[in-house]
Design a protein around this ligand. Structure first.
Ligand SMILES: [Zn+2]
Ligand SMILES: [Zn+2]
Length: 180
C-alpha cells in the first residue's frame, strides 16, 4: 500500500481550511499526508457548454505536474466535476493510477441557497476525501449508509454518513495494508 497521501489544491483555495485535513487523514489512513504546491487550472480547461471540469482532464494535469509519482494524489478543486455518464460527481478515484479528486462545488451550503457554514463544509469535504482515498486504497462501495464508503447520490446522503469507515471496511483496509 502506498504510504503517502499528497494533497494538491487546484487554484486559490483557503489553505488554513485545507490544512485541517492533514492530521485527520493521517489518523484515518495511518500514513503521512503532505500539502503540495497549488496547481493552476484555467477556466479555459472547463467544458464550455457545461461549465464543468471533466475528471480525466483534471487527473491528467495533476499527473503531468507530478511526473515523479510516489504516493496517492488527492486533488481538491472548487470547479464542478463530471465524468462520462454522470451529470456531476462529488469526486472520484483511480486505484491503478493512485489518483483521487474531490470537488467543493456541491459541498458548499451556498450551492443549496443557504448561508456559508465552514464547519459543515469541512465535514462534507472530509467525508468525500475519506471516501475517494478509500477507493484509491482499494475499497469498494459499502451498503452501510453510515459508512464513509457509502455512495452518496445527494448532499443528504453525504451529511448522513460518517467521516470514517464501518468495521467491515476498516478490516478490509487493514488487511490490504498488511498484505503489501
Ligand atoms: Zn465511490
Ligand atoms: Zn463500510
Amino acid at each position: 500500500m502506498e504510504s503517502r497521501i499528497r494533497i494538491v489544491p487546484i487554484n486559490a483555495l483557503d489553505v488554513a481550511f485545507l490544512d485541517r485535513l492533514v492530521p485527520t487523514l493521517e489518523e484515518r489512513f495511518l500514513c503521512s499526508v503532505s500539502m503540495e504546491r497549488t496547481l493552476a487550472v484555467p477556466r479555459s480547461a472547463l467544458n464550455s457548454t457545461r461549465q464543468q471540469l471533466f475528471l480525466s482532464t483534471l487527473l491528467t494535469r495533476v499527473r503531468r505536474a507530478h511526473p515523479e509519482g510516489g504516493g496517492i494524489f488527492l486533488a481538491i478543486t472548487d470547479f464542478d466535476l463530471y465524468k462520462t455518464s454522470h451529470r456531476f460527481i462529488y469526486g472520484d478515484a483511480d486505484e491503478q493510477q493512485g489518483m483521487a479528486a474531490v470537488s467543493l462545488h456541491r459541498l458548499r451550503s451556498e450551492f443549496y441557497g443557504e448561508g456559508p457554514d465552514a464547519n459543515l463544509l469541512f465535514q462534507r469535504l472530509l467525508k468525500e476525501c475519506v471516501h475517494e482515498l478509500g477507493h484509491a486504497f482499494g475499497l469498494k462501495h459499502c451498503y452501510n449508509a453510515r459508512c464513509a464508503m457509502y455512495y452518496s447520490n445527494s448532499i443528504f446522503e453525504t451529511d448522513n454518513k460518517m467521516s470514517h469507515f464501518c468495521d467491515a471496511c476498516d478490516r478490509r483496509i487493514t488487511r490490504a495494508r498488511n498484505e503489501r
